[in-house]
Ligand binder design. Structure first.
Ligand code: ZN
Length: 399
């Protein structure tokens, strides 16, 4: 059996025995589907009801199911202008590979590890608590979260931002990512009194967050972690009321030699520690198709599972979204990074034939790192021919 048929058979079994909850107002959504070679092979589909959608999934079992964050009057119409955009959910995508983690260099972008996935969760929690709830006053019960099925989390708000168009959404993404914070915006020079007024802890948005971070650094004696020069750090520590003065906006209480440099260090640090690192393109583009919650991801065989917002902190992505069985399957693994699933570490493997539980076999086959054992010779021959081709392109002589 070919690997694609093996996977499709399993997805079909899942969709024909499980009812999948449709996105809200399903009849206004555009759907797109992907297969073995592409995440979106066809789009412009629509369903009149959840029932119709489930019948389609059971019949066709696409490997990737995406839907529009937008609501359209005519979701199946094409080109896109004819769909008649009505409104759109506000969507954020947090991808473990885009967080600048050192582990990503090591395991490359196709894989994840606990470290970058923990960081992705931390960013998702921060987006919800520090930005959506605190800064935008979105009640927690209006926030929907799902595991992306592969490398991160998606956060959807289907209320209150519905009619905001692309650039308004871009501003929201820029805000949560701390893009474009600049010195001039934070400090005001009063020429008459020859004083500089800075932000206070009680200020909203980044002004308050930045001031709080500095005040905490003074109180906890951790200013060095903010990239502040030792000499300046000592000035802050030697003044007993420095934290109170800064908290109230008196940034001149401590003389800072190079204020611009000092500030740019602070901004870099606050971005790293308090930014949400969302993919701006996903939030901005209101015609984007995004993974449907509770569908299986064709690159992992894991469910892009809905997570009750209050459960996110303790959500275990290595166990909860596993939908396939423990039955053993013999596979040949060309090369894989270690994968943790259901509390067990699989790999790293290289050039190995072994029995794996169905869910781990599906994961590695979907990642294109493994094939069914019976296809080992074909896989080795294919790898050799790819290498030959690469050598040719690099101008090496092939014997
Ligand atoms: Zn990692």
């Amino acid at each position: 059996m070919e690997e694609e048929a093996f996977i499709v058979e399993r997805f079909k079994r899942y969709y024909s025995t499980h009812w999948t909850k449709a996105p809200k107002q399903v009849h206004t959504r555009e759907f797109g589907f992907g297969g073995w070679s592409k995440k979106i092979e066809s789009r412009h589909y629509s369903f009149s009801s959840e029932k119709e959608m489930n019948a389609f999934l059971g019949r066709n079992a696409p490997l990737f199911i995406s839907y529009s964050e937008a609501h359209y009057a005519y979701p199946a119409a094409r080109p896109i202008e004819k769909k008649n955009w009505l409104s759109g959910d506000l969507v954020f995508d947090i991808d473990a590979n885009e967080l600048g983690m050192p582990c990503t260099e090591k395991h490359k972008k196709e894989w994840v590890c606990e470290m970058c996935m923990d960081r992705a969760k931390e960013c998702a929690l921060r987006l919800i608590d520090d930005f959506l709830v605190k800064d935008f006053n979105v009640p927690k019960e209006e926030i929907e979260v799902n595991f992306s099925g592969n490398r991160g989390y998606h956060i959807h708000v289907s209320t209150r931002f519905q009619t905001i168009k692309g650039y308004g959404r871009k501003e929201i993404a820029d805000y949560v990512n701390a893009n474009g914070l600049d010195y001039d915006h934070f400090f005001r020079q009063d020429l008459i009194h020859k004083r500089i007024f800075g932000p206070k802890v009680t200020d909203g948005g980044w002004k308050g967050k930045l001031t709080q971070m500095l005040v905490d650094g003074i109180k906890n004696r951790t200013l060095e972690r903010l990239g502040i020069a030792k000499k300046t750090v000592e000035k802050f520590y030697s003044r007993i009321d420095a934290a109170d003065q800064i908290a109230n906006g008196n940034w001149e209480a401590v003389y800072i030699t190079d204020r611009k440099k000092f500030f740019s260090n602070l901004v870099e640090n606050i971005k790293r520690q308090h930014g949400a690192f969302v993919d701006e393109g996903v939030t901005f583009d209101t015609s984007k198709l995004i993974r449907m919650p509770d569908s299986i991801h064709g690159e992992t065989g894991l469910l892009a599972q809905r997570i009750p917002v209050n459960d996110l902190e303790r959500y275990d992505w290595t166990t909860r979204p596993v939908v396939f069985s423990d039955s053993p399957f013999r596979v040949y693994v060309k090369k894989s990074q270690p994968v943790i699933l259901k509390g067990q570490i699989f790999g790293p493997y290289e050039d190995q034939t072994l029995d794996l539980p169905e869910y781990a076999a599906v994961y590695l086959i979907c990642k294109k790192a493994a094939v069914l054992a019976e296809n080992k010779d074909r896989a080795i021959a294919a790898t050799k021919s790819v290498q030959k081709e690469e050598n040719k392109q690099e101008g090496h002589s092939v014997i």
